[in-house]
Design a protein. Structure first.
Ligand SMILES: Nc1ncnc2c1ncn2[C@@H]1O[C@H](COP(=O)(O)OP(=O)(O)OP(=O)(O)O)[C@@H](O)[C@H]1O
Ligand SMILES: [Mg+2]
Length: 306
């Protein structure tokens, strides 16, 4: 063997040794990740509807079952239990109002709701929740402690560190027996690190599943994205991770064409709503008008075009 070849093969040997040293993990099967169909079914939750308190929304979800050999479509009367739904739209489309309404509605029924606020500090959110309650004709004092606020807007520690946030949420879920989790917004959790959007949302999603939460994640859209699509800021893939997406939009009537289409006057604003996919149940696929009342309540109205 000439000198050069010898040196090369020695190099290779050293590299191999290094690689072996680094290979601290020998591939092995993860037996806990394997289930037969029946084993998996035992752990499958029964799907039912969770009412939202948002007029016009609950009947847009349905399941199809077979009864005496006949296929029947039944409304769920809410979003599917144990689903993680993404609510997306540009600024001022009613996302926060919607999740606040949901929170108040469920809390008023005696259920515990964890509300992770990322943009607005807890004292502001609670004031808003109280307004939502009175607009809904409910007395906030009767159920205020069914809502557990986690203030990630004020705590940098939990806003910038997902494991800390999830440890806080796990504590809250256990301590208060929480069934519903709201995050307003997940976008705030990956500010300045939009590359991480997918990984963060995936982690949040897996956590919600592990703890059997029915969850609403708000995500913000940049106005550059097409209005009624599910493409959320930085989270092009958020929609692929979660179980379903609801898209909120607003449009300025700035042409006779739009005025005719929406039966509105030029200069008006129309608000629109659409369910962009739901993995866990059937759903309405039309684009609907959305209304925000003067008292700040979101209502889903008739489909555009009747
Ligand atoms: N009483 C009210 N209280 C609050 N908002 C109201 C009320 N009445 C009407 N609105 C409308 O609702 C909009 C607020 O919607 P919301 O705060 O839910 O927006 P958002 O989609 O969460 O926006 P962002 O992405 O900026 O957080 C306001 O811009 C306003 O036009
Ligand atoms: Mg908001």
């Amino acid at each position: 063997m000439d000198k050069r070849k010898k040196v090369e093969s020695m190099d290779e040997e050293i590299q191999l040794e290094e690689a072996e040293k680094q290979e601290y993990h020998k591939p092995e099967p993860d037996l806990e990740a394997i289930f037969t169909g029946s084993q998996a079914l035992k752990k499958a939750p029964k799907i039912y509807g969770v009412s939202t308190g948002i007029e016009g929304l609950d009947d847009l979800f349905f399941i199809v079952t077979s009864e005496n050999g006949k296929i029947v479509k039944k409304t769920l009367g809410g979003i599917p239990a144990y689903s993680v739904m993404n609510i997306t739209g540009v600024s001022d489309t009613g996302k926060s109002l919607m999740v606040e309404q949901f929170t108040v509605h469920q809390a008023s029924k005696g259920n515990k709701v964890a509300f992770i606020t990322v943009e607005s500090p807890a004292n502001f959110v609670v004031a808003s929740l109280k307004l939502r309650a009175s607009a809904m004709g409910l007395n906030f004092d009767d159920f205020q402690d069914n809502i557990i606020l986690i203030d990630a807007a004020s705590s940098t520690k939990i806003r910038e560190n997902v494991p800390d946030l999830l440890a806080t949420l796990a504590y809250v879920i256990q301590q208060y027996k929480v069934k519903f989790t709201v995050i307003d917004s997940v976008t705030g959790l990956f500010e300045n690190k939009e590359m991480m959007a997918r990984a963060i949302v995936r982690r949040l999603f897996n956590f919600m599943k592990k703890w059997y939460q029915t969850a609403l994640f708000v995500s913000q859209k940049r106005s550059g994205h097409e209005e009624l699509t599910a493409e959320a800021a930085g989270g092009y893939a958020v929609g692929h991770i979660v179980d379903g997406t609801m898209v909120l939009a607003k449009e300025l009537i700035d042409s006779p064409f739009k005025a005719k289409m929406y039966k509105k006057e030029i200069g008006d604003i129309v608000r629109l709503f659409r369910i962009d996919g739901c993995r866990m149940s059937g759903h309405d696929t039309k684009t609907h008008f959305l209304e925000i009342t003067e008292t700040g309540l979101v209502k889903i109205k008739q489909p555009i075009g009747g």
